[in-house]
Write a protein that binds this ligand. Structure first.
Ligand code: PPS
Ligand code: ADP
Length: 207
């Protein structure tokens, strides 16, 4: 019997099929690939390329995209700091469930604050949280501006926009940094291959 957060008298129920059984079935190891970076840095594009690349190798993935999750589970949350923290916490907990199911979960959200990302890392066994930093300069993201949001933020029509008038804290010690080479950004496929090579090397693509 335990007390957890605001719930009391709750008991953990163990299943007869566990994570190892599921991983054996799927021939892969469940983990979380956490893609962080500014709006427009290419998070969603990488998430899709990665999901496609792994799918074509017979690996089961699921994408949790900040924008998309804010259409449902997190529709009650704004962009003020405590709501961003709650957005990240919930996505971290959902990602943990996916990883426990044996799936390679790809979480793609700005997640601007280091403390919140580290909180999600702490939910998973060592090694299973793979943080990928889209190290793309603000000027490049702003020049891309596919949704016109930077323009609105610069015009003062969106308040608290990350990189403009809200902070982004880059990771200090993440597993993978993806950045431009000179003026060129690697293609999404090349970036996905970098992540897939990491997963292969660390043994996540086999049971
Ligand atoms: N104020 C503000 N700051 C940053 N981003 C904003 C804001 N308002 C709306 N948007 C749009 O919301 C997308 C980011 O949602 P996330 O859930 O990834 O953000 S966070 O992790 O909670 O910070 C982000 O999508 P991406 O461009 O895919 O990053 C924006 O399109
Ligand atoms: N590797 C890349 N090289 C060049 N342009 C890219 C790359 N990845 C994404 N883009 C472009 O940048 C813009 C933002 O990409 P997106 O994946 O939506 O970013 P985010 O999810 O971080 O907001 C889109 O117009 C996309 O086509």
């Amino acid at each position: 019997m335990s007390c957890n957060g605001k719930s009391s008298n709750i008991v953990w129920h163990k299943s007869s099929v566990d994570k190892f059984d599921r991983q054996e079935l799927l021939q892969q190891k469940g983990c979380v690939i956490w893609i962080t970076g500014l709006s427009g840095s290419g998070k969603s594009t990488l998430a899709c390329a990665l999901s496609r690349g792994l799918h074509s190798r017979g690996k089961l993935t699921y994408i949790l995209d900040g924008d998309n999750v804010r259409h449902g589970l997190n529709r009650d949350l704004s962009f003020k700091a405590e709501d961003r923290a709650e957005n990240i916490r919930r996505i971290g907990e959902v990602a943990k469930l996916f990883a426990d199911s044996g799936v390679i979960c790809i979480a793609s959200l700005i997640s601007p604050y280091r403390k919140d990302r580290d909180g999600c890392r702490a939910l998973l066994p060592d090694g299973d949280f793979i943080e990928v930093f889209m190290d793309v300069p603000l000027q490049v993201c702003e020049a891309r501006d596919p949704k016109g949001l930077y323009k609105l933020a610069r015009a003062g029509k969106i308040k608290g926009f990350t990189g403009v008038d809200d902070p982004y804290e880059p990771p200090l010690n993440c597993e993978i940094v993806l950045k431009q080479m000179g003026d060129d950004c690697p293609s999404p496929c090349d970036m996905a291959e970098t992540v897939i090579s990491y997963l292969e090397e660390k043994g996540y693509l086999q049971a």
